[in-house]
Design a protein around this ligand. Structure first.
Ligand SMILES: NC(=O)c1ccc[n+]([C@@H]2O[C@H](COP(=O)([O-])OP(=O)(O)OC[C@H]3O[C@@H](n4cnc5c(N)ncnc54)[C@H](OP(=O)(O)O)[C@@H]3O)[C@@H](O)[C@H]2O)c1
Length: 204
């Protein structure tokens, strides 16, 4: 899952985000591009248009007819669509490169193997390496709450401020989650708040 939240887990208000943080947007793009993203119907409405270079899956109990979004009436259907898309992508990549990439999908699912060795997860700048084949749950509040039980990695941007007008919140990150990455970002002329990029993995 990937989310940005305030100090009291605030996510949004009136179906909009609470901040404009360009470097957080870049982090979001880095960790979602080329992947299936799963969102709730209200988050789809908040986005307004599909995210480029991603399969945009929308959970809704009604039909989704907005161009560029694919509807799913259950998590089972959402995961089936996502896995099918990833498999097609891997097949195309292996045709093009003459290599078998199935191992990557296994690695992406097998987060516990990575949890113990944070150094392996970092690039030469000390940034968290983008995985290729994760299914990314991108919100909002209702969807995050449901996915906490089965998600295996959290990408959290912790914004250092409180937002009293928020009407949507991220669930509590309990001690089943182990922090495996953290990097601070200062407040500056483009960012009204300081924040920290964090990654958590399930403490199995
Ligand atoms: N800060 C962040 O990182 C972040 C990220 C994303 C969103 N947000 C914010 O979060 C807010 C939206 O969140 P939200 O909690 O109001 O709504 P949401 O989680 O985006 O969407 C809720 C909708 O999803 C559908 N749904 C939920 N569970 C389902 C299931 N199991 N099967 C099928 N459909 C299901 C239902 O749609 P139907 O009613 O159509 O059935 C439900 O009304 C906005 O303020 C947005 O800006 C913040």
């Amino acid at each position: 899952m990937i989310a940005a939240m305030g100090e009291a887990n605030e996510l949004g208000a009136n179906n909009e985000l609470l901040w404009h943080l360009p470097d957080d947007f870049a982090w979001f793009v880095k960790h979602t591009k080329g992947k299936p993203v799963v969102m709730g119907r209200k988050t789809m409405e908040s986005l307004g248009r599909p995210l480029k270079n991603r399969l945009n899956i929308v959970l809704s109990r009604s039909a989704v007819t907005v161009e560029g979004f694919v509807g799913a009436r259950s998590w089972e259907e959402a995961f089936s669509l996502a896995k099918h898309w990833l498999e097609e992508k891997l097949a195309l990549a292996s045709d093009a490169e003459g290599v078998v990439l199935e191992s990557e999908i296994v690695a992406a699912d097998n987060s516990s193997e990575l949890a113990g060795n944070t150094a392996k997860n970092l690039d030469e700048n000390g940034d968290w390496i983008a995985r290729k084949n994760e299914i990314m749950v991108i919100g909002g509040g209702e969807i995050y709450k449901q996915a906490m039980d089965f998600a295996n990695r959290l990408y959290i941007t912790q914004v250092n401020a409180c937002f009293t007008d928020a009407d949507t919140h991220f669930p509590t990150i309990g001690n089943t989650w182990k922090p495996v990455f953290g990097k601070s970002h200062e407040k500056d002329e483009k960012h009204s708040y300081s924040f920290e990029f964090q990654v958590f993995e399930k403490n199995l």
